[in-house]
Design a protein. Sequence first.
Length: 132
Amino acid sequence: MKHAETPENRSVRLLKVGEQVRHALSGILQRGDVHDETLAKHLVSVTEVRMSPDLRHATVFVKPLLGKDEEAVLKALRTNTAYLQREVASRVNLKYAAKLKFLADESFDEGSHIDKLLRDPKVARDLEPGER
């Protein structure tokens, strides 16, 4: 008996497939399977993969180690997209090979910016308990 497709089932499936794609890409990049000079010189973290509802598109968020040469790394990933799509398709069993779109993961930058703001003496003073 087939289970009815509900929004909850769908979102869980999107998360699972996104994680499978993330894992596959991480492995490909770690092993150095992509023959690209820029990618060979950088450790790249695949921080998140968001799948479209039809599973045909994957937005891949990446961050080079220490955030170095981010633009060059993104360009190299985009140059090698066709190869990466084929490799992911062979590792993740989907009806269609997902089209990959690479973006820089800005969440680390946002987090460090928020941390910096919270450490500001004026803000820290306002956050101290019991002073009213």
